[in-house]
Ligand binder design. Structure first.
Ligand code: SAH
Length: 508
């Protein structure tokens, strides 16, 4: 018996916040993640560094890895002692071959657990406002597969028996067989007036849906251009969907909005736009990478105990400094008794994660203000100060300190440079399809965007985005570098920016 463990985890219907709390914990903790086609990309970003991610691409009709190989992979990883997450769209035990995987794990003597997920029919019904059961209209629900096998014209299901049930039918993998399925249901006596909904990418900002009746749905689907993967829901309960479809009524539903980002920052803007229904393309223009100067590091670490102050000018500096420090020393006490200064609250928060107290932080968070705050302590003359920094200039911090006779050592631990956007999924979507809007939240996002212009060149036919600026300073930089401006936020804040976008693009 190995020590490894396999968790068959349901990823939910699509939206990353519809996965269970347990599922998210396991994705964050696992050593190996084996995932399918239907899983939304965002979940893959939750894994810890070093997690091995394997795409096994199960897509109806295209089994890029045979089922036996997937099962073998899970067993191999577990026997290697790994915590394995087998992530499957929806629920692992509903049309996901989870049962077979559990069997083979049991046979191999591997421990496993099952973590349920919101299955696609329930996600789809919720997004369209369709109550799957209803006291008046439907007292049973059938989950059935249309068995899309491109090699066969017919499906394996005896549709006539379902026609007689008076149930809500939720048909998975049925879209390419919709002509056959609707004809069979009609032949078996279901009314041609029975309402039918078809929805693709339910719960995602890219959701598409159409509603018809059993008599018309084949045509309606063709007209709408909806392709698999899609859910078909048949039954009287679908009747109210056009008015109850709350998800598609969100003010920015169907709008693709590119947001420009220059640093690793918590993306408040992204989550706000997503909650309003937008499909957000996050363009990470600048990348921060570890770049500890090795030669300098040895010298500094050798005399760490002799510094009076350590000064952090960014949250990244804190992260990369402690990565390097703890790799060498393993014990925080090796820091010695130096006093600690931080440029602002985000930097201070990173420091406090190590249970270290920040003694000096200026009220406004700039280099010169930090220098002033340090000078005010009256301890700077002849003090030995370690400045932890990136590759960009911190002269406005250092110069005033040197003027007051401080002895400064610079320790570069990271560097900032343009992201390689050639392989970035969001950038690719932006190039191919364009966007309805693009946002700029600072002058530096504008400048970085211009620097990256070549990698973001729109292809022919791509939608040209309307440009939004967070405030006058950003707009001024746009003007300086000839980026046209469509709308500036009335109040310079994330909420102000969101309000401007709704005003310009929203339906209501
Ligand atoms: N285990 C999954 C189902 C896998 S079968 C679950 O419990 O949901 C794959 C089928 O599920 C697709 O062909 C489609 O019919 C349906 N499906 C999955 N995600 C969907 C989504 N977001 N929107 C609509 N249908 C979806």
């Amino acid at each position: 018996m190995s020590n490894g463990m396999v968790y068959l985890v349901g990823a939910g219907p699509g939206a990353s916040d519809l996965v269970t709390v347990r599922g998210k914990q396991l994705i964050k903790a696992c050593d190996a993640l084996v995932y399918d086609y239907l899983v939304y990309d965002e979940l893959l970003n939750w894994t810890k560094p070093g997690c091995v991610k394997t795409y096994v691409g199960k897509r109806s009709g295209f089994h890029s890895k045979p089922q036996e190989d997937i099962e073998k992979l899970l067993i191999d990883y577990a026997q290697d002692g790994k915590l394995v997450v087998r992530l499957k769209g929806g629920d692992p035990f509903i049309f996901g071959r989870g049962g077979e995987e559990a069997d083979s794990l049991a046979e191999a003597g591997i421990g496993f657990e099952i973590v349920p997920g919101v299955t696609a029919s329930m996600g789809a019904a919720a997004a369209l406002g369709i109550p799957l059961s209803h006291r008046k209209d439907s007292s049973s629900i059938v989950l059935v597969t249309g068995h899309e096998d491109p090699g066969k014209d017919e499906t394996l299901v005896d549709w006539a028996q379902y026609a007689k049930l008076d149930a809500t039918l939720c048909i998975y993998m049925g879209l390419t067989k919709i002509d056959h399925i609707s004809a069979e249901l009609l032949k078996a006596g279901m009314s041609s007036e029975t309402p039918v909904a078809v929805v693709r990418w339910a719960t995602l900002p890219t959701q598409e849906s159409c509603i018809g009746t059993l008599g018309t749905i084949s045509e309606t689907v063709k007209e709408s251009g909806i392709r698999p993967p899609a859910m078909i829901i048949v039954g009287e309960v679908v009747r109210d969907a056009p008015k109850n479809s709350w998800f598609e009524q969100k003010p920015l539903f169907g709008k693709r909005i590119a947001i420009t980002r220059t640093r690793e920052q918590s993306s408040n803007l992204k989550s706000k736009l997503q909650s309003l229904g937008a499909d957000v393309l996050e363009l990470p223009l600048i990348q921060v990478t570890s770049a500890v100067q090795e030669s300098v590091k040895d010298e500094i670490f050798a005399e760490l105990g002799s510094y009076d102050w350590i000064v952090f000018s960014s949250p990244n500096g804190v992260r990369y400094f402690f990565n390097a420090f703890l790799a060498e020393f393993k014990d925080l006490r090796s820091m010695g008794f130096m006093r600690i200064a931080a440029v602002g609250p985000a930097t201070a928060r990173e420091i406090e994660k190590f249970h270290l107290q920040v003694e000096v932080m200026p009220e406004t968070h700039t280099g010169p203000d930090l220098a002033d705050a340090l000078i005010e302590t009256g301890s700077i003359e002849h003090a030995k100060i370690l400045i932890v920094k990136g590759n960009l200039g911190t002269d406005d911090l250092i110069k005033p300190l040197e003027d007051k006779w401080a002895i400064i050592d610079r320790f570069e631990v990271y560097k900032t440079g343009p992201t390689d956007l050639s392989q970035n999924v969001a950038a690719e979507t932006f190039r191919n399809k364009g966007a309805h809007a693009i946002t700029f939240t600072s002058g530096s996002t504008v400048r970085s965007f211009v620097k990256q212009a070549k990698s973001l060149q729109l292809e022919d036919g791509a939608a040209i985005p309307k440009t939004f600026s967070m405030g006058p300073q950003t707009s001024k930089v746009m003007k300086d570098v000839h980026v046209p401006l469509v709308k500036e936020a009335k109040i310079s804040s994330i909420d102000g920016l969101v309000a401007a976008i709704i005003e310009e693009l929203g339906e209501k």
